[in-house]
Design a protein around this ligand. Structure first.
Ligand SMILES: [Zn+2]
Length: 217
């Protein structure tokens, strides 16, 4: 079986300590995030499940999808969730020069304004971090659900998340066509399980990092 980095390796977190990997590890709060939307037929269903559990979450949207599905984007905001920039066209930072990468992020800001950014594929160069960090809090994750992977079943996706979630964790799902079956299987299970354990589910906001949690050295 292929080895999967469900949790980021410590060495990566050590060298990229200025990025956000989790929120407050002393609180029974979990931070669900949904990447690559908004996607008609998926995002509405994710929103309905979140509402059922009174959960708030963060949606890292692609500018091109916000442009195409503006109504759905406003539904995310109207239901009290937060959103972040995930580039306009899902660029891989490692494969693009800084000029093209920043241009694509700027294209996204025409449709979505946020102080949060998540790099597609989690791939970003140190020089790109340097250019973005004044304007954005760069949010990575604690737990990757692999809901996008074809070889991962809905049951595996749920067990990856369940085995790796900890207090203050930032969990990545996708509101995309590829992930639909898995996210809609795992999300209700996740919310049911962690609600029963007394957890609440909050959105990530850029202000967190200035006021509540001073940046670690
Ligand atoms: Zn993505």
């Amino acid at each position: 079986m292929m080895f999967r980095f469900i949790k980021p390796p410590y060495i990566v977190k050590y060298f990229f300590s200025e990025l956000v990997w989790s929120i407050n590890e002393n609180e029974k709060t979990l931070y669900l995030t949904f990447d690559d939307g908004p996607t008609p037929g998926v995002t509405e269903k994710v929103l309905d499940v979140l509402k059922e559990y009174n959960a708030k979450a963060t949606f890292f949207c692609l500018g091109k999808n916000v442009k195409e599905h503006t109504g759905l984007y406003h539904k995310i905001l109207n239901e009290g969730h937060s959103t972040g920039n995930h580039t306009h066209t899902h660029l891989n930072g490692w494969k693009n020069n800084n000029h093209d990468y920043l241009n694509d992020i700027n294209d996204c800001t025409e449709y979505l304004q946020s102080g949060l950014f998540r790099p597609p594929y989690g791939r970003i160069k140190p020089s790109q971090i340097h250019l973005l960090k004044q304007q954005y809090k760069i949010v990575m994750w604690s737990v990757l659900s692999y809901d996008f992977a074809r070889s991962v079943s809905p049951e595996m996706c749920w067990s990856y998340v369940k085995e790796n979630t900890h207090d203050g964790a930032v969990i990545v799902f996708h509101d995309s066509v590829k992930a639909k079956e898995k996210v809609l299987y795992a999300l209700p299970k996740f919310l049911e399980h962690y609600s029963n354990l007394g957890y609440s589910f909050d959105k990530i906001e850029p202000e967190f990092f200035n006021q509540v949690f001073p940046q670690a050295q």
